[in-house]
Design a protein around this ligand. Structure first.
Ligand SMILES: C[S@@+](CC[C@H](N)C(=O)[O-])C[C@H]1O[C@@H](n2cnc3c(N)ncnc32)[C@H](O)[C@@H]1O
Length: 261
């Protein structure tokens, strides 16, 4: 396997970068640095213009976003694009929402590039779960309410996710569901069917960390209607568990900082 971080002088590299959940202030310094040096930025759907503006004005920007059932470019093409640009000696930033290794296909892209001898760096990002929880004031593992937190996807590669619902329904844990808006009703039914209390509190955070963030709370039993009645269309994250009771009010916006900071 080639070195995961270092590229030889003159050789290209792909930085697979997590851009966080939306608020540009949540980019890491490392993400900012590599973005400023990039020759080409290959980015996903949930990357806002303020984040792309950190790239050099002359850097090429290529949109390859995917929405569910609306793939603008097949994954194979995205892989080939990254590899060919790096092979030409370019510094490529592959910019992804959240963290590249959390439901982000960063692993698949890394394996593809490394298997072709391309230098790769992974730059972690704030994943939607931690970003949304922070901006909604929900402490994911508050000791009075949870001893574990589990991230699940509401969609599997093919159809319904094959999860251990009994294990998920048991114990004092927080469940965070990515990509679960359209399957929320099924998820709630599975959890309740496996013993989770129907009155378990839930929160749905749409556009988390952005000025348009919407946070709604209710019970597991009514999760489907909570989403429907509030017109939640996504991107949204579902947080299930007693920690939702410990949510602080008025956390929905970042505290303004003075310009000099
Ligand atoms: C393909 S996954 C990518 C996850 C990403 N790699 C991460 O670490 O956050 C996309 C899903 O993440 C969640 N998501 C991403 N950004 C979000 C945001 N700003 N607010 C709420 N949910 C978000 C939604 O569930 C969305 O359907």
């Amino acid at each position: 396997m080639p070195d995961i971080r270092r590229a030889a002088p003159g050789q290209g590299i792909v930085h697979i970068v997590g851009a966080g959940p939306g608020d540009p202030d949540l980019l890491t310094l490392r993400a900012l640095r590599v973005l400023r040096q990039a020759d080409v930025v290959i980015h996903d759907r949930l990357i806002g213009p303020e984040i792309l503006d950190f790239a050099r004005p002359d850097a090429e920007r290529i949109y390859v976003g995917k929405a569910k059932a609306n793939h603008s470019r097949p994954q194979g093409e995205i892989n080939a694009l990254m590899a060919s640009r790096a092979a030409q000696g370019q510094r490529v930033v592959r910019l992804k929402g959240g963290d590249p290794f959390v439901f982000g296909r960063g692993g698949e892209e890394m394996q593809y590039l490394l298997s072709r001898g391309i230098a790769v760096e992974i730059v972690p990002g704030i994943t939607a779960a931690t970003g949304c929880a922070a901006f909604a004031g929900i402490p994911l593992t508050h000791r009075d309410h949870a001893t574990a937190v589990t991230f699940i996807s509401g969609h599997a590669k093919e159809g319904e996710p094959d999860l251990d619902w009994a294990a998920l329904a048991a114990g004092r844990q927080t469940i965070v569901v990515y990509m679960g808006v359209s399957t929320a009703g099924d998820i709630a039914r599975r959890l309740i069917g496996n013993g989770m209390t129907p009155s378990t509190p839930v929160a749905v955070v749409e556009n988390g960390t952005l000025p348009t963030q919407k946070t709604v709370t209710g019970t597991l039993l009514r999760l489907e209607y909570l989403i429907e009645d509030n017109g939640i269309a996504g991107p949204a994250l579902i947080i299930i568990g007693d920690v939702v009771r410990a949510a602080a009010a008025n956390c929905a916006t970042a505290w303004p900082l003075a310009a000099a900071e």
